[in-house]
Structures are given as C-alpha cells and as structure tokens.
Write a protein that binds this ligand. Structure first.
Ligand code: NAD
Length: 268
C-alpha cells in the first residue's frame, strides 16, 4: 500500500485527488496540506472533497505529517512546489508534481533535484494525453518537413492562471524535437496587428479561456488540400488525478531520478 499525502488538498485538483486515492485499491490517504494559516486546517479531508469523513485532517505544514506518508502529490503553484521538492529530498520522500507554469529558472531548479529523490513531473497526467504525445511524434515526423503548417490550440476554464497550458507547450516540444526544431527558435506565442504571413517552420500557439472547460488540446497539421487534427478533450479532472495516483504508486519503488508520465505508462 502506498501512503499518499496531497498538497493543496482544498484546491480543484486536490479535492479530485482525494477521490482518486479513495478509489485506488493500492494507495491510501495519509495526509492533506492546505495553505499556511488557512481556516481549513483541522477539517477532515474526506469532507473537504465531498466523500464523507475519512479520519484524516488537513494540516497547514508538511512537517507535521512527515512520518505519515511515502509519496507527496503536488498540484499547487511553482514556488510552493519547489519548497516541497526540497522538503521531500531532505526527508527521503518521493514526489509527483503536476504543477504547471514554471519559468526556465524554476524548471532548472526542479531539475537540480533529479539525483536527490525520485520524482514524476508531467504537465499532464492523463493517459490519453500521453498517448497523444506519441501520436504527435509520428505525425510530426511524417508531415512536419513536407509543407504542413503546425499549430497548437488549447482551451481551458476561466480560472487557469498560466498560458499557453503546460500540456500545449509539451505537445509543441514533442513536435519540435521530432523535427530538430526548438520552441525557443520556432515557437510563435502571439500574433497581433500587421504580423505578416507565417513562416514555414514556425509552430504557432493559440489560447482560449472560457467557462468551465476542463482542458482541450488540438495540434493541427495543415497544408494545401488537407488538414489533420489530433485532438484530446478532458471532460473531468479525474483523468489527471487517476494518472497522478498511478504515478505515485509507480514512483514509490523507483530509484532517484526525474521521470515523466511516459515512463510511468511504459511508452518510452
Ligand atoms: P487551485 O487554485 O484550485 O488549487 C491550488 C491549491 O493550492 C489551492 O487550494 C491553494 O490554497 C493551494 N496552495 C497554495 N499554496 C499552498 C501552500 N503553500 N501549501 C499548501 N497548499 C497551497 O488550482 P488547480 O486547478 O487545482 O491547479 C493547480 C495546479 O495544477 C496548476 O498549476 C494547474 O495548471 C495544474 N494542473 C496540472 C494538471 C496535470 O495533469 N499535470 C492537471 C490539472 C491542473
């Protein structure tokens, strides 16, 4: 049984994660952490998630549950996640990170922990999205240098704070890497005013923020005469949460290293 603690347990993903751990027969709910000073500290995390009392109360410091868990699941914010990464490395814990929106410096700091603990870090934990990444690799290799324009379009709910989504960037990176391009050189993240025609090798990104959209991503390969679109639509956060719990069980037995969902699902 993998003992799992959840940071940001009162958040959208946190509450969904409580549900996902509850449904998993090989993982158990060992703790939940809310923001320091939160009035939700002391609340039963099952009640917070709407699954009824579970006898595990939310705390506002990871320190106070350090002996209770094996793997931490963190879907919060970049600065919070980096603090928790340091905590887990110091205390011999493993961590699953779903937080998105990290800057290059924050990503470099995250990467510096790859030898200090076992972590799974993925901007999208859904099995379907990770399979989609494989399909994109195949499509990009077949089409990308044959006159097909590549565009990534993503839609999310109105509360999302980072753009484009971590998943859209990951999709762009997979496509770019398959074609010996980089997003630094070929990514186009804004088109406004007289921006001129697109260049052949650019990879464009477009973002929609509206209502309660859980997460939709399309990568378009368009040329004269045809267009191929590879689309993934998430209809419930449960898909990310189930993937994260699967990652937690998987990483519990792993050596130090930085892994992603492709490793967890055996797609590499
Ligand atoms: P949210 O705002 O609903 O939840 C974040 C929670 O973190 C909040 O409850 C907040 O109180 C809590 N928090 C902030 N600081 C904290 C601290 N110091 N200690 C403990 N808790 C703290 O956001 P969300 O929609 O749940 O998304 C969270 C993150 O997960 C975002 O970066 C989002 O993009 C990402 N996400 C990733 C995936 C994936 O599959 N990888 C899927 C969905 C969302």
């Amino acid at each position: 049984m993998t003992r799992v603690a959840i940071v940001g347990v009162a958040g959208r993903m946190g509450r969904t994660l409580v549900n996902a751990v509850e449904q998993d027969t090989e993982a158990t709910l060992a703790g939940g952490v809310v923001e320091p000073g939160s009035s939700l500290a002391g609340a039963d995390i099952g009640e917070l998630a709407g699954v009824g009392k579970r006898g595990v109360v939310a705390v506002d410091s990871l320190e106070s549950i350090v002996d209770d868990f094996d793997v931490l699941i963190d879907f919060t914010a970049p600065n919070v996640t980096l603090g928790n990464l340091a905590f887990c490395a110091k205390h011999g814990k493993r961590i699953v990170i779903g937080t998105t929106g990290m800057s290059d410096d924050e990503l470099a700091e995250l990467d510096s922990y790859r030898d200090k603990l076992a972590m799974v870090f993925a901007p999208n934990m859904s099995v379907g999205v990770n399979l989609t990444l494989k399909l994109l690799e195949t499509a990009a290799k077949a089409l990308g240098d044959e006159g097909y324009d590549i565009e990534v379009i993503e839609s999310h709910h109105r509360h999302k704070v980072d753009a484009p989504s971590g998943t859209a960037i990951k999709m762009g990176e997979v496509v770019a890497a398959s074609l010996d391009r980089t997003l630094k050189e070929h990514g186009v993240f804004e088109r406004v005013g007289q921006c001129g025609p697109r260049s052949d090798k650019e990879i464009g990104f477009a973002t929609v923020r509206a209502g309660d959209i859980v997460g939709e991503h399309t990568v378009m390969f368009a040329t004269e005469g045809e267009r191929i679109e590879i689309t993934h639509k998430a209809s419930s956060r449960m898909t990310f949460a189930k993937g994260a719990v699967r990652a937690a069980r998987w990483v519990a037995g792993k050596d130090n290293g930085r892994y992603d969902m492709q490793d967890v699902l055996g797609l590499i």
